[in-house]
Design a protein. Sequence first.
Length: 213
Amino acid sequence: MADNGGKLEEFLSQIRVCRICRDNPAGGPERALPHEPRPVCVASSRASVLIAGQAPGTRVHASGRPFTDPSGDRLRDWLGVNEAQFYDERNFAIVPMGFCFPGLDRHGSDLPPRKECAPTWRSQLMDKMPQIRLVLAIGAYAQSWHLGSLKGKSMTETVANWRHILDMTESDVPIIALPHPSWRNSGWIKRNGFFEAELLPELRRRVGELVRD
């Protein structure tokens, strides 16, 4: 484990200085990231739970720490953990699909994760964390990567199918598909009562079995 931790830290040092989306962007110079990249990735050789999110937002870009925003508060509530447990690298690895804030569209919403990031880094990073025992795939981009053909036609269909996904992934590393904990999804949560009534209790049970105080 110590050797694997050293290899992981060496790999993370490469991620921290990555500037592909600024210097060699997919789609050509006109698609370059318009601000200085700041990769945000908390990988760990000791964590039991992988949080696979989307990409940092404006607040996380400023803080350099994942989920330091209201969506983080909601996510911690979903998981049934406090901040100390959440940021303990013995508990959680937090690895979004895009490590850098992708910018905002003309409506003020976050753009999708950069296309350069996951193909460059993700498979190698996952290989360096073989101890992961539960994956939380948050949002459609993470679900596409981690679920493959198990992903439904929509995020709603994927999350609603959470029991089948768990059954199909249980023999390897169990995966739970979640919506993004953004306030924008409050309406979705109200419309889909199964999420709070059925999925969250199972999520908290599984996380509770893995998380250390």
